[in-house]
Design a protein around this ligand. Structure first.
Ligand code: AMP
Length: 214
């Protein structure tokens, strides 16, 4: 099964994708993670996108489609979770073509719906474990007092450079302008379903599972 988790920054796509990876053995393809890896490794492409990402703007379709193409061609998987991709109609068309070339298709698109005020609160309080990517929140899920990750015991935690109020404004605007038209696109293809992304992680997980198993 190949699925897209759709939603604005901070909607919980990464958290739900990690749960699906653990419970269903699917493979998460996050273009945001791939771009951050490229930036950290100092590749030419990483250097090129660093500024755009810090401002919260979108990287070009060519770059992200190229990243996804390469991953799809080199990864064996019992289903992919697309997280943060596609973000434009051009990327959505490209994904359909890439999957078709592989004799596969997209099965479902689950939109995580969260109000803007909650997104701002979540994002400005967010940090992740540098080793395993476990997501923490200063208020609802603080880093344990012993300074060790609950998942892997790692002791280094990161805050994303673009998780600040100013970049977030641009990221939200990009979402509404460029990505939210995908809701209508997938609705027309009868693939779209929506889940309330506000609440307990376990409840959201159950709601996502219900949509996928429907
Ligand atoms: P994310 O981790 O999904 O929030 O992505 C972080 C940043 O990477 C975004 O704000 C964009 O600058 C860039 N990015 C990630 N995925 C895409 C995509 N599919 N299209 C364009 N830019 C992307």
């Amino acid at each position: 099964m190949n699925i897209i988790l759709l939603g604005p920054p901070g909607a919980g796509k990464g958290t739900q994708a990690r749960i699906l990876v653990e419970e269903r053995g699917m493979v998460q393809l996050s273009t945001g993670d791939m771009l951050r890896d490229a930036k950290e490794s100092g590749t030419e492409m990483g250097k090129k996108v660093a500024d755009v990402m810090a401002k919260g703007q979108l990287v070009t379709d060519e770059i992200v489609i190229g990243l996804i193409r390469e991953k799809l061609q080199t990864t064996e998987a019992n289903g992919f979770i697309f997280d943060g991709f596609p973000r434009t109609l051009k990327q959505a068309d490209a994904l359909a073509e890439l999957l078709e070339e592989m004799g596969q298709k997209l099965d479902a698109v689950v939109e995580l719906r969260v109000q803007d005020e909650a997104l701002v609160k979540r994002i400005t309080a967010r940090s992740t474990c540098g080793s395993c990517g476990e997501v923490y929140n200063d208020i609802t899920k603080p880093i344990p007092a012993d300074g060790k990750c609950i998942n892997c015991g790692g002791s280094e935690f990161k805050r994303r450079a673009d998780d600040n109020a100013e970049s977030l404004r641009t990221r939200l605007m990009e979402y509404y302008k460029q990505t939210s038209p995908l809701i209508g696109y997938y609705y027309a293809l009868r693939m779209h379903s929506r889940v309330d992304g506000l609440g307990e992680i376990g409840d959201i997980k159950a709601a996502v599972a219900e949509k996928l198993d429907a």
